[in-house]
Design a binder for this molecule. Structure first.
Ligand SMILES: [Zn+2]
Length: 467
């Protein structure tokens, strides 16, 4: 370890009490983005963030949008650097604290408490998501600047205030400030570690496709005594079609569904198999005993690198109280797909529509409504930057990071890719039991400390990795 890193890490450790004071001050601001009553608090959080960036040495400002403001900061190193220009993204807004009566202490009066498992934790709305997480990066930058008088990379910062309410201003803002915000690599600190001792980098996100199918039989609903046995029943047709989507082994039977999939590498699969036991506890938690995914695949593979088709809703016939002996003329289902790298949402939907049509009996027709989707995202594990980040995390935690997938999508990552052509390094220090979006949200002080230390090492690693 270089003397420089040692000095920066030392400064970070010495400054912990002050860093914690800054976190407490940030958490006291009620920046609830979804409720217009807190608009001035959101602005206060934006101003607090811009001032914090300025104190560190960034050129920072609060930028108005039709919604809550953005905060943008830039730092141009004085010394020449060969590393990438990075754009750090975080969000200063928080979820509403409701239901209030389930909080043990008020959500905007941060308290340090002792957790039997993790030691000291800070409890407040936003402690983990995302104020604590984003401050890990700013504290790392602060320590770096105080020790060496400079930062090792060109760093831009974008902090948003509408992440918890759908980010309506983000797309237009990125579009309007493309040249200012475009960097070589985005850094986002809003994801979890694997567990309390094991860091993680999220390297793949499943995509999404969706459609609603409406099956039509007779031209009107019919009496089951007068027409039963003769007239086709749309609900039965729909059930037959839907039940043909999967084999008994849980494999999707739509032709071509798996054709273009890019499977993760062997080393990746082995790492996931090695940690599959701890992943199975997610089933206990929801009252299940076994995975319903494809037979013969490990649970993390099913969750991260295998595609799905799910029935999200079904509507047909009479669903009110009592009996009504009707043969429904129409039946509909809302369907969605989680897609993996290689799958094209349009092609998947086209094959799905063909598949449904091929299963329809005479006299039935089908309409498809509201189709759309976005592809999966996967980052190259072999880049110099990814390697440098993984090594930095290993140096800090003494354990190799888990290269995680994410079963859902993270819109900002898609927008950085599509609007600015940038890949994102997703490194976070939250834990699944941080109770984000729920009462008594907490952030472990060890996450806060290790997170900042890890960012110091990542910045150093990136600076040495070249762009
Ligand atoms: Zn968040």
């Amino acid at each position: 370890m270089s003397n420089r890193i040692q000095a920066v890490l030392g400064a970070l450790d010495d400054d912990q009490p002050q860093a914690l004071e800054r976190l407490v001050a940030f958490l006291k601001i009620k920046s609830i983005s979804t409720d217009p009553e807190f608009a001035s608090d959101c602005r206060a959080a934006a101003e607090w963030s811009a001032k914090t960036l300025s104190d560190i040495g960034f050129e920072a400002s609060v930028r108005n949008t039709p919604g809550h403001p953005m905060v943008v900061g830039h730092y141009q190193p004085k010394a020449p650097t060969t590393g990438p220009h990075v754009l750090f993204y975080g969000h200063y807004d928080v979820q509403p604290p409701d239901p209030m009566d389930l909080w043990d202490t008020p959500p905007f009066e941060p308290e340090i408490k002792t957790d039997p498992r993790y030691g000291e934790v800070i409890v407040a709305r936003g402690a983990s998501d995302d104020k604590g997480q984003l401050l890990t990066f700013l504290e790392a930058a602060r320590a770096w600047k105080s020790v060496s008088g400079d930062l090792p990379l060109k760093i831009s910062v974008l902090l948003e205030g509408e992440e918890e309410s759908g980010s309506p201003s983000l797309g237009p803002f990125l579009d309007a400030h493309r040249d200012e915000l475009k960097a070589d690599l985005a850094l986002v600190c809003d994801t979890p570690q694997w567990d309390g001792d094991t860091p993680a980098i999220t390297t793949m996100l499943r995509g999404l496709a969706f459609s609603e199918i409406v099956v039509q039989g007779a031209n009107r609903d019919l009496h089951s005594g007068m027409f039963g046995g003769v007239a086709v029943n749309s609900a039965r047709v729909l059930a037959t079609v839907l039940s043909a989507l999967h084999s008994d082994e849980g494999r999707v039977l739509i032709p071509g569904f798996y054709d273009d999939i890019i499977e993760p590498g062997q080393a990746q699969k082995e790492q996931w198999t090695g940690i599959a036991d701890s992943a199975r506890s997610m089933l206990d938690d929801i009252g299940l005993t076994q995975s319903a995914g494809e037979t013969g695949r490990d649970i993390l593979e099913q969750l991260w690198s295998q595609p799905t088709v799910e029935i999200n809703g079904l509507i047909s016939g009479y669903t009110g109280p009592g009996v009504k002996t009707v043969i429904p003329a129409t039946a509909s289902a809302k369907i969605s797909f989680r897609l993996v790298p290689g799958q094209d949402p349009e092609k998947i939907l086209k094959n799905f529509e063909q598949f449904v049509r091929s299963k329809l009996p005479a006299d039935c027709s089908v309409a498809f409504k509201g189709s759309g989707g976005s592809p999966a995202i996967v980052f190259d594990l072999g880049t110099k930057q990814m390697t440098a980040a993984a090594r930095a995390l290993e140096d800090e935690f003494g354990k190799r990071p888990v290269m995680m997938g994410c079963g859902g999508s993270i819109p900002i990552v898609e927008q950085f890719k599509s609007e600015l052509g940038m890949d994102t390094l997703l490194v976070g220090f939250a834990l699944d039991d941080d109770r984000i979006h729920a009462p008594n949200e907490k952030y472990n002080l060890s996450s806060f400390r290790h997170g900042a230390r890890a960012w110091v090492r990542i910045l150093d690693g990136l600076a040495g990795a070249g762009d």
